[in-house]
Design a protein around this ligand. Structure first.
Ligand code: PBG
Length: 323
């Protein structure tokens, strides 16, 4: 009978080589995506305190960073922009000479082989910091769709390999697919942040991207953390609208959703290991409370084990060195 003492699960745990041989889940640097924040100027590199990897960089510095990221074997970068000016209509988001568009053109030339993903959202470009158009303190869904679609098209024109809408407006995947196709970008995939929760773990990012909402919060459009079935409906609807891949976010607090999405949908699934998840480990490690390398690799392994194909993580560069 296959029970103790005949069966001893410790046999395969005896040595590092045996454990390595039977490991079910491996983190591969080619499946990691490194977020980059482009800002105006030259020679600018503005790291967040205690989070060296999350820095705003002018395009010259961004290119140098991207070269390094590519040389390390990291699979892709995900671009965010900090524009010179913000306004009610998020003009900087879809401006042909916007910060992300300029960064894309520079990166295309400097690191032609690197996969360039872009975050499609309005929050970094609106004066109020919300992800859509605001009227009377309400984020207006349908009016936002056209601007999001224009943003995606302008990213495609500037050389994005895929666009990643993260705004959580209803119908944006369909609007973006339609606009891309009618402009001749039917080959550009959409990685939809389909299940994006209204999370407390985006704190450091909002500082890095200068995108905290000036009033209210994002609970009127991002998912309620109590809901998993609704997250799967979001995934289903985004796929029906033409999403090529799904993103689940934040990663560690949503492993159940990730596993459920993996079981249900046969498309590539991305998970975003967000800024707060990274910051918590960094802060604890700085106090000597845990080992950063082990905690980071355990986090990434758990995210893969739950079903992610691709992980967006601020550890991408560090992980490339560790692995
Ligand atoms: C833009 C966006 C956010 C993040 C990714 N895209 C912030 C937000 O929704 O407030 C968060 C990423 C992170 O915390 O690392 N909407």
């Amino acid at each position: 009978m296959g029970v103790f003492p005949v069966t001893r699960l410790r046999r395969f745990r005896r040595t590092a080589a045996l454990r390595d041989l039977v490991r079910e889940t491996r983190v591969d640097v080619r499946d990691l995506v490194f977020p980059l924040f482009a800002c105006p100027g030259t020679g600018v590199e503005r790291p967040l305190e205690g989070l060296e990897e999350i820095a705003q960089r002018s395009i010259d510095r961004l290119c140098a960073e991207a070269e390094e990221v590519h040389a390390l074997g990291v699979g892709a970068v995900l671009l965010f922009g900090i524009p010179e000016e913000k306004d009610e209509a998020a003009t900087g988001a879809y401006d042909d000479h916007g910060i992300v568009q300029q960064a894309l053109r520079a990166l295309r030339e400097r690191v032609p082989e690197l996969v360039l993903l872009t975050d499609v959202c309005l929050c970094e470009y609106t004066s109020h910091g919300h992800c859509g158009v605001v009227d009377e303190r309400e984020v207006v869904n349908d009016l936002s769709l056209e601007l999001l679609a224009r943003t995606a098209v302008s990213h495609a024109e500037a050389g994005a390999d895929a666009v990643c809408p993260s705004d959580m407006m209803d119908g944006r995947v369909g609007a973006i697919r339609g606009a891309l196709d009618s402009e001749g970008f039917e080959q550009v995939p959409i990685v939809s942040y389909a299940a994006k929760y209204a999370s407390a773990f985006y704190g450091p990012f909002r500082e890095a991207a200068d995108s905290a909402p000036a009033f209210g919060d994002r609970r009127g459009y991002q998912l309620d953390p109590g809901n998993a079935r609704e997250a799967l409906r979001e995934c289903e609807l985004d796929l029906a609208e033409g999403a090529d891949a799904l993103m689940i976010k934040p990663a560690l607090p949503s492993l159940d959703v990730l596993a459920a999405a993996r079981a249900r949908f046969d498309v590539p699934i991305f998970a975003y290991n967000v800024s707060g998840e990274y910051a918590m480990v960094k802060a604890a490690a700085a106090r000597g409370w845990l080992d950063e390398r082990q905690a980071a690799l355990e986090s990434l392994t758990a995210i893969k084990r739950a079903g992610a194909d691709v992980i967006v993580t601020y550890w991408a560069k560090e992980a490339a060195r560790w692995l």
